[in-house]
Structure formats: C-alpha cells, structure tokens
Design a binder for this molecule. Structure first.
Ligand SMILES: [Zn+2]
Ligand SMILES: [Zn+2]
Ligand SMILES: [Zn+2]
Length: 151
C-alpha cells in the first residue's frame, strides 16, 4: 500500500472518496505516464495491470480525476476522443502547431500571480489551469506558406 502516501491519493481520501482498486490503478497509470494519454491508451494500460477493470469504470475514474483537477481533457490532433493530461503541480501548458500538430510542452507559465489576483478579485478558489497556445512550430514557421489547400 505504498502509494497511499501519494499526494493525489491523500487528496482523494480527504475529499471523502473511497480508495477503490480501480481508482488507485487508474491513478497509478496516470502517475507513471508523461505527456498526454488518450482514454483508449489509459484503458489499455489499466487492463495490462488488471483486465477486470472495465471501460465504464475507467471513464468514471477519469471524470472524478477531472473534477479533482488531477487531469484535464484536451482535444489535440483533431481527435474526437480527448487526451488526458496530468497536471503535475495543478497546471499544464503546451503549444500546438496548427500546421503539423506537434505539441511543445513548457513548464514556466508565470500565471501564479494571476491566479492569486483572480482568487482575490472574484472570490474563487482555483485548483489549477491548462494553458494551450496555438500557432506554428519553428519548422513550420520557417517553411514557406502553403497557398493552396486541398479543398
Ligand atoms: Zn501538454
Ligand atoms: Zn509545425
Ligand atoms: Zn502554469
């Protein structure tokens, strides 16, 4: 039961959620992944650990973890299913190239002051943020613009 000491496990317990086997397994998969995982990838990895955990159960865990701000769904690569990103310290930031779809992660957002200001001004209690910039990656920015689209 070594992972009952993880901060997210403690937050689940403090929020009054039962530490079910499914929840701990999905959380463990998320903790040991980096970047983004689609719900299908999460399901595959969970089932590698325990094939008895069903799809509906995994989705309920992801809904709960989204409400807890452990993860956020994000729609990249114009997929219909969201990828889930782990918010390591309650925040996650990336830049998506609108031409080639590459995702560039970065750590330093400088939004801590803004969060405090919003909390003071609006009386909200913020748990995290997901910041997406859209634009051109260095390679696409350097390439000549494509004039003609397929349509
Ligand atoms: Zn990202
Ligand atoms: Zn690009
Ligand atoms: Zn941030």
């Amino acid at each position: 039961m070594e992972h009952t000491q993880l901060p997210r496990v403690q937050r689940l317990r403090e929020a009054g959620h039962k530490l079910t086997h499914a929840r701990l397994t999905v959380l463990d998969v998320l903790e040991h992944s980096s970047g983004h995982l689609t719900s299908t990838e999460i399901l595959d990895r969970v089932n590698q650990v325990d094939a008895s955990i069903g799809r509906a159960s995994v989705f309920r865990c992801l809904d709960l973890f989204t409400r807890m701000s452990f993860v956020r769904p994000t729609y990249i690569d114009s997929s219909v299913t969201p990828a889930y990103v782990l918010l390591p310290d309650g925040h996650h930031h990336h830049i998506i190239c609108t031409r080639c779809g590459v995702v560039i992660e970065f750590e330093d957002c400088g939004l801590g002051d803004m969060a405090h200001m919003l909390e003071d001004r609006l009386g909200v209690k913020l748990a995290g943020h997901l910041l997406e910039f859209y634009g051109l990656c260095p390679a696409c920015a350097a390439a000549p613009a494509a004039d003609s689209e397929d349509d």
